[in-house]
Ligand binder design. Structure first.
Ligand code: HEM
Length: 402
């Protein structure tokens, strides 16, 4: 039986360095998949699971592999909410918000405003100008969208952006640096105070036309406490920003580096939906879903100790040749692209996937309809990178109008 103490039993895991993984994780994933599908990654102090079927099996097994752990950085930052709870508690948090993320509701309630926000963001791009797409467009659209979903004023964008950046630093604070934790705690506190003020206003007005209003004014027997509402809103907010930014940038990057596909999508804009689906597989914005071992568990010939962290590598599973033929190829005609695990699976699978897909599709369609030419400036842009969040660090595009 192999354990994490037998580091010689996991030579690839022992050789991996986080910097190399961050630059380009795919060659490492391929090696792990073929020779060490469950491996102890010494540099990160956690297990990596890379094959599609193993990732799926672990995410479906919430009895042995849990999100509820004191070791969770999400718990450390936000406290208990749906992404750190299981069973009845998880169900109680998720059920009241689920209808607000259904496909039909998103289409009817938000698509027009997402398009209006996207058009407003590009309105001032001048002909021939080079735009850094991340800061000027992809990072802003998700914040504006989530404010609308919550029922908050658009003027809150700057506050929410700053809070978000502090939360993101805390969630990748693997060394648990105290100053990052402290800063995040102060920001979580401020964000709670802001939400509490708005909740009092919504309660007084009986407002129900937004997610926040509906939660505040829910019937007593189904209502979460004020604190639970705020904690769950924060994880929803956190879930919907960099992830959407990444799928917008990764799909644009895919199109601007695949000219034949770009020409097809220009001719048939509805193909944008297929571009998004294949991008979620090919360069998954969220590369991993983290679980914690509930009690000492044998998985194949490996013993996992209680409390160990297991990272289910969605980005690797989505390039598993056992499921996706020629997996490194970007191909919007792939017949099984929608089997990707970009939104994970099991009870914690992404709450906001319909919203994310709508935002990314509309973003692409707006960019293609507003600009006759979009030219990627390779020397000032980077390919998608990173083994947690995965996207270009910057993406400079010359935009020419119709
Ligand atoms: C392309 C964009 C997105 C990607 C790739 C993505 C990916 C994911 C993944 C992989 C998980 C599972 C985490 C785990 O099991 O540990 C997840 C969960 C979650 N996502 Fe997303 N997400 C995206 C957009 C959104 C949006 C727009 C929202 C909300 C506005 C959102 C809210 C959530 C929430 C609340 C959870 C936790 C669900 C639960 O614990 O039951 N996500 N997401």
């Amino acid at each position: 039986m192999r354990t994490k103490m037998n580091t010689e039993a996991f030579p690839i895991g022992a050789a991996i360095r986080s910097e190399a993984l961050a630059r380009d994780p795919y060659p490492w994933y391929a090696q792990l998949q073929s020779r060490e599908p469950v491996s102890w990654i010494q540099d990160l102090g956690m297990w990596y699971v890379t094959r599609y079927e193993d990732v799926r099996a672990i995410l479906m097994d919430d009895r042995r592999f849990t999100t509820a752990s004191e070791n969770s950085l999400i718990f450390d930052t936000f406290g208990a909410q749906m992404l750190t709870s299981e069973g009845a508690e998880h169900e109680r948090y998720r059920r009241p918000v689920q209808p607000y993320f259904a496909a039909g509701y998103i289409r009817k309630t938000f698509e027009a405003s997402i398009e209006a926000s996207a058009r407003a963001l590009v309105r001032d791009f001048r002909a021939g100008e080079v735009i850094e797409m991340r800061s000027a467009f992809a990072a802003r659209l998700p914040v504006l969208t989530i404010l609308r979903v919550f029922g908050m004023p658009m003027a809150a964008e700057t506050h929410f952006r700053a809070w978000y950046d502090s939360f993101e630093a805390a969630l990748s604070n693997f060394t648990r640096a105290e100053e990052i934790r402290r800063a995040a705690r102060v920001n979580v506190e401020e964000c709670h105070e802001y939400l509490a003020r708005l909740m009092r206003e919504f309660a007084a007005k009986g407002e129900r036309d937004s997610l926040l209003g509906a939660l505040v004014n829910a019937p007593e027997q189904a209502r979460l406490t004020d604190e639970e509402i705020r904690r769950n809103l924060l994880i929803i907010f956190f879930g919907g920003i960099s992830t959407v930014e990444a799928v917008i940038l990764n799909s644009l990057w895919a199109l601007l580096t695949h000219s034949a596909t770009l020409a097809r999508v220009r001719g048939e804009p509805s193909l944008a939906a297929k571009v998004i689906e294949e991008t979620l597989r090919w360069h998954s914005p969220v590369q991993s879903a983290t679980r914690h071992v509930v009690e000492t568990t044998v998985y194949g010939d490996i013993q996992l100790a209680a409390g160990d962290t297991v990272n289910c590598m969605l980005g690797a599973a989505n390039r598993d040749a056992a499921v996706f033929a020629d997996p490194d190829r970007f191909d919007i005609d792939r017949p099984n692209a929608q089997r990707h695990l970009g939104f994970a699976t099991g009870i914690h699978s992404c709450l906001g996937f319909n919203l994310a897909k709508a935002e990314a599709r509309i973003a692409l369609q707006v960019l293609l309809s507003e600009f006759e030419q979009l030219e990627l400036l390779a020397e000032s842009s980077s390919a998608p990178e990173g083994y947690e969040f995965h996207q270009p660090r910057s993406m400079c595009v010359r935009c020419s109008r119709r």
